[in-house]
Write a protein that binds this ligand. Sequence first.
Ligand code: NAD
Length: 296
Amino acid sequence: MSEKVRVAVIGAGLMGHGIAQAFAQAGHPVMLTDANIDVLNSAPGCIERNLVEMGLPVASALRNISVQADFAAAVERADLIVEAVSERLDLKQTLFANFVAMAPAHAILASNTSVIPISEIASNLSRADRGRVLGTHWWNPPHLIPLVEVIRTVDTYDEMFDSTYLIIKSIGKLPVKVNVDLPGVEAGVCDARTIDTVVKNSFGRRLSVLGPMENADLVGLELIRDVHKILFPHLSRAQSPSVLLEHLLSKGETGVGTGKGLFKWSEDSIEEVRSKLANHLIACTQAVSHHGENNE
Ligand SMILES: NC(=O)c1ccc[n+]([C@@H]2O[C@H](COP(=O)([O-])OP(=O)(O)OC[C@H]3O[C@@H](n4cnc5c(N)ncnc54)[C@H](O)[C@@H]3O)[C@@H](O)[C@H]2O)c1
């Protein structure tokens, strides 16, 4: 995708400024806004620091970002709006109604919500406007983690879902399509391969240097609590092994030992995974000893 997409990012906090950076870095003009003027004014400095750390050109990316305190001015010319404000349903619903009122009718309306179903965010809109709403779920830090889940509802227009996927791909990220809008993973949401792609390219990238408890403090415990409130009621409380596992085992599909499990395996693919793992762990060990670090 070579043409420029006018992006508006709403919320310039931990996620919003990094999302704005990712689009600006790829040459797209970005309007960045936040209700908190201090957060908004600090965003360009944070983005500059990120770019320097990444060894990327600063001036050209920053030139693409306009910091805009006026909400209407931020969205009135947008092709794609990415909402990254606090994790509250009422707040997001109000904002999406404002997007509909103030943004061009062709604008795609995306939420970066962690766990609120996208269909609930869109529930007060007309049928036609619900079609414009989808999720783009980025991972912290968004300028460094490749994976972005693109999430549709039953109402999302196919063209908007597909073009969002392509825009995210064109800026060098790794989008995956999530076809069912559920808080959590349930049977049928995606296949085993997609689950591994998501884990390896999102939080898996940071786990060896940022544990889940450190991450909780880093993103703030209010957000963690808001996520728990929504997610926990949907988590499996099964008292027995997964039905899928029992089904595969009943067919004798035990994994690499039989050449079939959650995946199909050949001698070559087993060796490929084994040597990739060994090389990765050797490189990590060398990087740690090179920096004289001790993880304990
Ligand atoms: N932090 C993470 O690891 C992470 C990962 C994926 C998704 N998310 C989701 O991204 C969203 C933002 O999270 P965050 O960690 O960046 O939060 P944050 O608190 O750092 O930033 C949110 C920003 O939204 C602003 N805001 C609140 N109301 C606003 C309004 N009406 N208009 C404009 N700005 C407004 C706040 O001033 C704040 O600066 C949440 O929905 C969160 O669940 C967070």
